[in-house]
Design a protein around this ligand. Sequence first.
Ligand SMILES: C[S@@+](CC[C@H](N)C(=O)[O-])C[C@H]1O[C@@H](n2cnc3c(N)ncnc32)[C@H](O)[C@@H]1O
Length: 330
Amino acid sequence: MTVLFLEPQFKVEWLAELGSRGIFGRQHQWLDETQRILLVIDDQGLEDESFVWVKDVWPAAVREAYASIGAAQKRLREVARRWAHVTFRHHRRGELILEGLRSIKLIVSGWPAAASGDGREIVGEVGGFMLLSESEMIWCAHPREIFPGGDWKIDETDEPPSRAYLKLWEWGWRAKCRPETGMTVLDLASHPGGWTWVLLKAGLLVRAFDRAPFETEFLDGIGRDGAKRLTFTRADIFRCTPKEAGACDWVFCDVIAEPEKTLQLLSDWYQNSSAGLCFTIKFKGQDGPRMLAILRDLQKMPDLQVQHLAVNKHEMTVWRAPLSHFEASI
Ligand SMILES: C[S@@+](CC[C@H](N)C(=O)[O-])C[C@H]1O[C@@H](n2cnc3c(N)ncnc32)[C@H](O)[C@@H]1O
């Protein structure tokens, strides 16, 4: 059985995605009336599927009876070292079970310390369980998400000039490869500077571009050399193509634009540069067919990872490691 966790506010998107994958033609069951949790019972061949608009995926999930709190703890301890309780029913009982287990204490604040490797290596594998009744639970030893159920905990700070920093922090915990100190990165559509703040904090040389210039107060919090590592150019970022922009290690882009236009710029970088890429593709409101068309085009670029992040609105985050990273790992 595979469990899919869904977010009601993105129903148009996940309905389109799951429909296009034939999920509703399989044997399935909604666990709740508000359609937040879908059990896919006939899940053969789903192991390798990635779901963009799904908050979390629990592959090989097990639904089983437990006789007591102690029995549930014993069973869960056998299958994973750490656990998170996803509240469904019987919240208090679930929390009591969790008290007897090792759990996850993480709150994301910045990127993981190591320059490479995904966040999961640092956190360790965290299993997820939820209670269906006082005597029945569902658990998964290897959820897709570091935070089972997709309940990401991310620190709030008012240091950066926009809340967009949350996206880049979350991305940093998902990406298997991130830029390393001293590398040169482009920050396309950088105003008001949330991503620039994250990138400078990571010790990178940042070449930022936007139509609108920064208010530069946020640079004070970055340390003495922060501003020295930043150049800003007022420009149309759609002119910042691999041909025009020159060499760089990574390209970050968070532009508000028609999704097809952003996709075109992304494709240009994908095909004509070896840089690492991290783009957001934004939609104006909800449009299932348009989103699916973009997804299909993204799938033609096989090295790309695509995910609707926990902190994303109606947008998808798309990334790939620099090509040198792939060569080094062959
Ligand atoms: C969501 S904001 C970027 C937020 C920013 N990443 C941050 O972390 O604070 C989108 C930006 O796209 C910029 N933008 C939209 N179209 C642009 C274009 N053609 N060229 C340059 N900037 C553009 C806007 O000026 C706006 O600042």
